[in-house]
Design a protein around this ligand. Structure first.
Ligand code: SF4
Length: 310
């Protein structure tokens, strides 16, 4: 499969078939914490970065086998709403395979565009991000395309809420000293109350991001922030389901990763090539292996290297 990956054990969506509609690494942001790597095409131009008919063809073949899935999820190596054919694929799933729920994981930067809001309207769940409200913090954390303005992005999210009838789970990714300050938290809470998502999910780094200096916020701090956000429905993104509960967890893949890095430490890109896996699929296994203390990592000039934990 070229554009589909998984199904992967997703922390937020259970058993999730990934659909990737933009190539590495087309995004409207270049977040300091991005686990995929630096954005190489920092753009807000919408176009068919990946041929939509080919994506639909692949989906059709796969879904015909009636796989057991919790969600079909648009995510991947960049920002899915940048593909101008996103709406066409969602419509195809809902018209032909309505038994499956659709989720879109998005950085939420393009919902000021009516066209984008229309294209996602048949999805069941949207998972946009909003890490900052003040302009300076937005620039520091998300390093956006120069035409993006945070006030306009927030207006887009408020408008999306008014029109979208499915569920919105808003993710806030916390970086110490940047958006966990009292000032930014107050702004975030006020803004979330205007957007009115069903749920706010608090997240932080669990493995190295694009920038080496980015650290994670402690679990205790995240719990304090969750308290501060009340009565807004909020959760700290839970640990991945344990593997025995995840039907899609493929022990073979985990073993192959361990076997490969036992011979020599590798970066995620190298592992993806060696094992012929989509980077996102590989990343889910890496997170799981880190959570279970099986592997560790260190950052070197050529990237983040994973090795067996001794
Ligand atoms: S929006 Fe997502 S894919 Fe884009 S840079 Fe940020 S974390 Fe990475």
């Amino acid at each position: 499969m070229k554009y589909l990956f998984g199904p992967v054990p997703s922390r937020r969506l259970g058993i999730s078939l990934g659909v990737d509609v933009v190539p590495y690494k087309v995004c409207s942001l270049n977040c300091i914490y991005c686990e995929v790597g630096k954005t190489t095409n920092l753009t807000i131009e919408r176009k068919e970065y990946i041929p939509i008919d080919e994506v639909i063809d692949e989906l059709n073949k796969y879904l015909n086998q009636q796989p057991e899935l919790d969600f079909i999820t648009f995510s991947g190596q960049g920002e899915p709403t940048l593909n101008s054919g996103l709406g066409k694929v969602i419509d195809f799933i809902k018209d032909n395979y309505s038994q499956y729920k659709v989720a879109v994981i998005t950085n939420g930067t393009l919902f000021w565009d009516k066209e984008v809001r229309n294209e996602v309207k048949k999805a069941d769940v949207l998972l946009p991000s909003l890490d900052a409200v003040s302009r300076i913090t937005f620039l520091k954390i998300n390093r956006p395309n120069k035409n993006l303005v945070i006030d306009k992005i927030i207006e887009g999210l408020i408008q999306l809420r008014k029109e979208f009838t499915g569920k919105i789970y808003l993710e806030i990714f916390f970086v110490p000293q940047l958006n966990d300050t009292k000032k930014e938290l107050i702004l975030l809470k006020e803004t979330v109350q205007k957007i009115k998502p069903e749920l706010v999910q608090l997240n932080t780094l669990d493995r190295p991001g694009t920038e080496n200096w980015v650290k994670s916020v402690s679990k205790i701090k995240l719990e304090e922030i969750a308290d501060f956000f009340k009565p807004i429905p909020v959760e700290v993104i839970a640990e991945a389901k344990t593997r025995k509960h995840i039907q899609s967890f493929n022990q073979n893949i985990a073993d192959q990763i361990l076997e490969t890095i036992r011979r020599r430490p590798c970066t995620d890109n190298e592992l993806a090539k060696i094992l012929n896996l989509h980077l996102n699929e590989l990343n889910k296994y890496i997170s799981e292996l880190i959570d279970n203390n099986r592997i560790e990592f260190d950052k070197r000039e050529r990237g983040i290297f994973f090795r067996i934990k001794t």
